[in-house]
Design a protein around this ligand. Structure first.
Ligand SMILES: Cc1ncc(COP(=O)(O)O)c(C=O)c1O
Length: 446
């Protein structure tokens, strides 16, 4: 297997560039209707005015302006943004068409939840056919077993599977299973795990009583100290294996050894790494095998499906606690997952994601170097790379200009490669737009 994405430079301070960081969630609501109305410059083009009008409507009817934190205007373009589309009406391949009928190349690929392409033919056919046969009934669909079996064939630690709809649900389920199996409560955690109470602090969250200790990425001493602090109450160590950079095997190995010594459960959150770094997630390229793992995002090409998977004896604990959701086994997302599994069986999708991601990332890096603009850098493994700006205002200006010129880059989080980007014309256009946007930003500052 080719790991050409492994060699990229490491970020100095690995603060997670998550889709919805706790910091993002705590940001004040910048999308009050009156602010947005005032924020629309009078001179904007008609088509931009249509996109901005949707911002106003969103701020009126949806608290924060979007139901997904990283799709709020401030999350897309930065605080004080006055431009930039926030809503789409159609998507196909790697293209999104905005409310004002402008089509952009999307480098964000729905926060990594689409690795093939939008409206992929085989996925659409599978979903339509399953929906036409009745999406849910009072009985579980036979597809549940089919997809569970197929996931167990491709995910190293998987012997059984429970399906859920969101990543946050799946990680919560893994923690519930680990706590049930061990009869303990303390969790040591590194990464972003969604919005549920157990992994967050702040407004509206009852204090979790210190049962979760956060540790920094790749830091063995911090891991040792946190586990020592948990004493005999350690239920699990839960790790997101890639946070801006690849993990040190020694760090993962230490987590494995600490869990073994304590009789605790090692959980990998493969939400972003599954079906991307490798189909079976980071555990497929590592020597370290977790006891439980969670998958979602690219697994069902944008349809809502997540799974907690793991060893049979541990998964049995799911029967001694309560993990259930009305729509957990709904057919459309399972059908989408089936089509995704077919595609990954037909071709080495992850190798293409690495190659295409590398081309895209290197093209943007070339544009930055050629522009001479300072304070922007490119980081991350090729299939999930990101831009870092030293100045927020520069970031906003760049992202707004790039969107105006036809490319959507992700602010503060990963850009994700998809099969749909595997086209020289698209990769060249991404580089050209990055280049032009940088020139315009520079000229605007002169
Ligand atoms: C590693 C990881 N875990 C969990 C989640 C939460 O998933 P969801 O947003 O589907 O609830 C995310 C979302 O970005 C994630 O990146």
């Amino acid at each position: 297997m080719a790991f050409n994405f492994f060699g990229k430079k490491k970020a100095e301070t690995p603060a997670p560039p998550d889709e919805e960081t706790p910091e993002d969630a705590a940001e004040p609501d910048e999308s009050e209707p009156e602010d947005d109305e005032e924020g629309i410059p009078e001179a904007v083009a008609d088509e931009d005015a249509i996109d901005l009008d949707w911002r106003v409507r969103a701020a009126t009817w949806i608290p924060g302006g979007a139901s997904t934190g990283s799709k709020r205007p401030a999350a897309l373009y930065g605080e004080g943004t006055t431009e930039g589309p926030g809503h789409f009406i159609r998507a196909n391949g790697c293209h999104v068409t905005t409310a004002s009928e402008r089509t952009l190349i999307d480098c964000t690929m729905a926060l990594g939840s689409v690795s093939l392409g939008y409206a992929d033919d085989a996925v659409v056919r599978a979903v339509v056919s399953s929906v036409a046969s009745g999406n849910v009934t009072g009985l579980a669909s036979v597809m549940e077993m089919d997809i569970a079996e197929r996931l167990c064939e491709v995910i190293p630690c998987a012997e059984q599977v429970r399906f859920l709809k969101t990543g946050a649900e799946a990680v919560s389920a893994a923690i519930r299973i680990a706590r049930t199996a061990t009869g303990r409560s303390h969790v040591v955690a590194c990464g972003y795990f969604g919005w549920h109470d157990w992994s967050n602090t702040g407004a509206g969250i009852p204090s979790a009583g210190g049962v979760v200790t956060r540790v920094p990425f790749n830091d063995i001493d911090a891991l040792d100290a946190a586990v020592a602090g948990a004493g005999t109450d350690l239920a699990a160590i839960v790790i997101e294996p890639v946070v801006e950079q690849l993990p040190d095997e020694a760090w993962l190995g230490r987590a494995r050894a600490l869990c073994d010594a304590a009789g605790a459960v090692l959980v990998f959150d493969e939400m972003k790494t599954g079906f991307r770094i490798a189909i079976g997630g980071y555990q497929q390229v590592s020597e370290v095998r977790p006891d439980l793992a969670v998958f979602g995002k690219a697994m069902a090409c944008g349809f809502p499906l997540a799974a907690v998977v793991g060893q049979r004896d541990l998964m049995a604990a799911a029967e001694r606690t309560w993990i259930s959701s009305t729509s957990a086994g709904e057919s459309a997302a399972l059908a989408a997952c089936g089509a995704v599994l077919d595609r990954y069986a037909e071709e080495d999708v992850c190798a293409t994601l690495a190659r295409v991601g590398e081309a895209m990332r290197d093209g943007v890096e070339r544009a930055i170097v050629a522009s001479g603009v300072q304070g922007i850098s490119v980081h991350g493994p090729a299939p999930m790379w990101f831009l870092r700006f030293e100045e927020a205002a520069l970031e906003t200006r760049f992202l707004e200009r790039a969107a105006a010129l036809g490319v959507l880059f992700k602010r503060g989080a990963y850009n994700y490669a998809a099969l749909a980007h595997d086209d020289d014309a698209i990769l060249t256009e991404v580089e050209r737009v990055a280049s032009t946007a940088l020139v315009e930003v520079m000229e605007g500052e002169e």
